[in-house]
Design a protein around this ligand. Structure first.
Ligand code: CMP
Length: 139
């Protein structure tokens, strides 16, 4: 079934001019970019977006990293988009990611891991609504 997921091209990737390279890998995985915008997240946005990780030891570093430069937030659409996106991203830690995945080929570290992707369709809907108005998404 066709579904949508939410993606972030993180500051380590925008800094290295990898927005196109990441997007190309997403598109080659069968995902269509139906919304996209480059933003510099506020601390409040980053803390809110990653609220589920609030108690984790890496939370403060993660928020600091996510506001260290611009990001590109995107809505991706396709057949089983959540799973397709997770597959092309690869494991959270690039050291554990499969060859050919975005994180294996492009990421720098477990924190500077180039991309975020929703882990479920349920969370995708929440994450999409966090950054996009319905009319900004053109399917
Ligand atoms: P992301 O999919 O954006 O969701 C939470 C992020 O926390 C994760 O990707 C990583 O970039 C970051 N992170 C930093 N340190 C860790 C860690 N030790 N374990 C898991 N995630 C981490």
């Amino acid at each position: 079934t066709t579904e949508r997921t939410f993606s972030i091209i993180k500051p380590d990737a925008t800094r290295r001019n990898l927005t196109g390279a990441v997007t190309k890998m997403l598109e080659e995985a069968g995902l269509r970019v139906v919304a996209s915008k480059r933003i510099h997240m506020t601390r409040e946005q980053a803390e809110g977006f990653y609220g589920v990780h609030k108690e984790r030891p890496f939370f403060a570093d993660l928020v600091g990293f996510m506001i260290s430069g611009p990001v590109v937030v995107q809505v991706l659409e396709g057949e089983d988009a959540v799973a397709a996106n997770r597959k092309v991203m690869g494991a959270t830690n690039p050291a554990n990611a499969e060859p050919g995945t975005i994180r294996k080929e492009l990421a720098e570290s477990i924190e500077a891991n180039s991309v975020h992707g929703s882990d479920s369709a349920e969370n995708a809907a929440i994450e999409i609504a966090f950054f996009f108005q319905p009319e900004e998404i053109v399917g």
